[in-house]
Design a binder for this molecule. Structure first.
Ligand code: C2E
Ligand code: MG
Ligand code: MG
Length: 601
């Protein structure tokens, strides 16, 4: 058999005539020795001639294949180990038989005549000393090895607590599913995902311990698996349930048919989780929040899908938990815009992208223009003109409201002085500027106002600052001192959107506040008069009482959002001092205010 230098045989060693070189002219004794090695070796082997027929096989091969070794002689070797089943191995095998290739190694699943199958590693190597094309075929049973490998892989890919597929396996399956859905015919070409997080799981873990926490997770996993099985009944496959970490789970639906299918699944999961759990003698109630994403597989990446699911889960939590929420591209775009806006706010102030519009504040008694409210706008190079509701909150969050607010204040005061200088014959109009809470806390508002008034040469009583109820309520310390100092300076303080908070009017009157701006929602309640629908008398009674009380406490009242003359008539009747709203004018650029001042001459 093998006469290579690697193969001195025990028999050859015994009589001291070790074969150290390839020789096809081995003595009968040596040949006999090789034959015994061949028979005794634990590896299953056969010698195959250049025609591919078995010349001789050892007992091990006979045993492995379930065929007597004598019966193997003369059989087509490739058929025994299924060598023709893949083109590459088949080609390599034939090349070896032709003496043109050195070695072949491949793995095969082989079936015994008695029906048992096993995994085999098949090796083919030439035996040149036995003539060209003669080869040694060896077959090793690697079933045990394969099984161990599979078990290890299972361990690596599954979560020990719930026995569910873990994050690694989930991502592997998701990636494979996306590829298959995107490129293979016959499916729906869509994919769906329920991304789930238990509400209040941390509390269970913290108060009852990890042992109870783990049991709960395992019980939840059981219910999720049942939901998946029910959803998969009658379909090709059930959704894959995986634990992604902590108290997060995912249900992956391949070949989904639309959002409705995912919504049904999410709904059934919520119901399943809501039923109480009995864990080590305790009855536990939990709920879940679920982010649902369903979309076309083409153009979707695993990370893209997970990001969308994550955002959607966050919405489900933010919307009140214990619910499922569907991914909404528009809501997402808004979130993206939000991020884009935050990052460009500060440079935008320096680049001068903000402008002010002014909205008239009109005396209800004689209809004359008394003042204007300055309202900021952002001429965004990418998103166009943005109203303050889009960015003031963001500016407050990141602190850029401080420089922005200072710019608004300076610009509005300069403009008010400009109107005064341009129309010396008219009684001057005041300018009302919105001030965010953070400006009172994080900047020296009093010093800024004093400086700006000096710089622009505007009289302090032509400036009004609008603060919200929440900014002034419970004011103590710094904000109150600031309000007092501003009021002492002669600046007017107004409470913006009055009535939306929980302010105590009596308390407000003790603060240095002189004006209440009644929130638009009160005025809206007046809208039906004269349109055939009876007005709600309760609204009017409330507003009338509020105005009366405000007057008694020495405050004047401005109504916001006056849109119809009917509303104006009723507001005038119940004693409202000033009105603001589309009935009089929308917010306009400063030259339009100049125009209004000229009309009155
Ligand atoms: P606000 O101070 O209550 O301003 C009134 C808002 O109501 C303005 O919206 C105005 O355009 C709108 N409005 C006026 N009349 C009517 C009407 O008849 N009907 C309706 N439906 N709406 C009317 P805008 O300009 O979008 O401002 C929104 C809010 O942004 C303001 O509410 C104010 O709180 C804030 N804001 C505006 N400019 C600034 C600023 O420079 N600094 C700060 N901190 N906040 C500002
Ligand atoms: Mg305002
Ligand atoms: Mg307001």
């Amino acid at each position: 058999m093998s006469g290579t230098s690697e193969g001195p045989t025990p028999a050859a060693d015994l009589d001291g005539s070790a074969v150290t070189e390839s020789d096809s002219t081995a003595s009968p004794r040596t040949a006999w020795a090789y034959r015994s090695v061949f028979d005794a070796a634990p590896l299953a082997m056969a010698v195959v001639d250049r025609e591919g027929l078995v010349v001789g096989a050892n007992d091990q091969l006979g045993e492995l294949l379930g065929i007597a070794p004598e019966a193997l002689a003369g059989r087509v070797a490739a058929d025994l180990v299924d060598l023709a089943s893949d083109a590459r191995s088949w080609h390599a095998y034939r090349e070896i038989l032709r003496g043109r290739q050195a070695k072949l190694r491949c793995t095969r699943r082989i079936k015994n005549p008695d029906g048992q199958s096993f995994w085999a590693q098949v090796m083919v190597a030439p035996l040149p000393q036995d003539g060209p094309g003669v080869v040694l075929l060896s077959v090793a049973d690697i079933s045990g090895h394969r099984e161990l490998q599979a078990r290890l892989r299972h361990l690596q890919m599954h979560d020990p607590v719930t026995r569910l597929p873990n994050r690694t396996l989930f991502f592997e399956r998701l990636t494979a599913a996306l590829e298959a859905e995107a490129y293979e015919q016959g499916g729906t070409g869509r994919i769906g995902l329920c991304y789930l997080d238990l509400d209040g799981f941390k509390a269970v873990n913290d108060t009852l311990g990890h042992r109870v926490g783990d049991r709960l997770l395992a019980a939840v996993a059981g219910r999720l698996t049942r939901c998946a099985e029910e959803a998969g009944a009658g379909r090709v496959s059930a959704p894959l349930v995986a634990r992604l970490g902590g108290d997060e789970f995912a249900l992956l639906v391949e070949d989904s048919t639309g959002t409705e299918q995912l919504a049904d699944l999410a709904e059934s999961v919520l119901t399943a989780i809501q039923a109480p759990f009995d864990i080590v003698g305790r009855r536990l109630s939990v709920s879940a929040s679920i982010g649902v994403v369903e979309r076309q597989a083409a153009g979707t990446t695993a990370t893209g899908l997970m990001q969308a699911a994550d955002t959607t889960l966050y919405w489900a939590k933010a919307d009140g938990k214990s619910r499922w929420t569907l991914f909404d591209p528009e809501r997402n775009a808004h979130r993206m815009t939000r991020q884009a806006l935050v990052s460009t706010l500060r440079p935008a102030i320096e680049r001068g992208e903000f402008t002010l519009e002014y909205q008239p504040l009109v005396c209800m008694e004689d209809g004359r223009l008394r003042g204007v409210e300055a309202l900021v706008r952002w001429n965004h190079p990418q998103f166009g003109v943005l109203t303050p509701n889009r960015f003031i909150g963001l500016a407050e969050e990141d602190g850029s409201i401080v420089p922005l607010g200072r710019w608004v204040l300076a610009t509005a005061c300069r403009q008010a002085r400009r109107w005064q200088l341009d129309h010396p014959e008219e009684p001057p109009i005041f300018v009302s500027v919105n001030v965010a809470v953070r400006q009172v806390w994080d900047s020296d508002l009093v010093a800024d106002v004093a400086e700006i008034l000096t710089e622009t040469d505007l009289e302090p009583d032509l400036l009004q600052l609008e603060l919200t109820e929440s900014a002034v309520m419970g004011s103590a310390g710094r904000p109150l001192q600031a309000l007092q100092a501003l009021s002492d300076m002669g600046v007017h303080i107004a409470i913006d959107d009055f009535g939306t908070g929980y302010s105590n009017l009596a308390y407000l009157s003790r603060l240095p506040v002189s004006v209440l701006k009644l929130d638009g929602s009160f005025v809206r309640g007046f809208q039906y008069e004269g349109e055939g629908v009876p007005p709600n008398p309760a609204d009017e009674v409330v507003v009338e009482a509020m105005i009366e009380l405000a007057h008694r406490l020495g405050l004047t009242v401005t109504a916001e959002c006056v849109e119809t003359s009917a509303q104006a008539a009723r507001l005038r009747r119940i004693g409202c001092d000033t009105g603001q709203g589309w009935l009089y004018s929308r917010p306009v650029p400063p030259d339009r205010i100049s125009g209004l001042l000229e009309v009155r001459v």
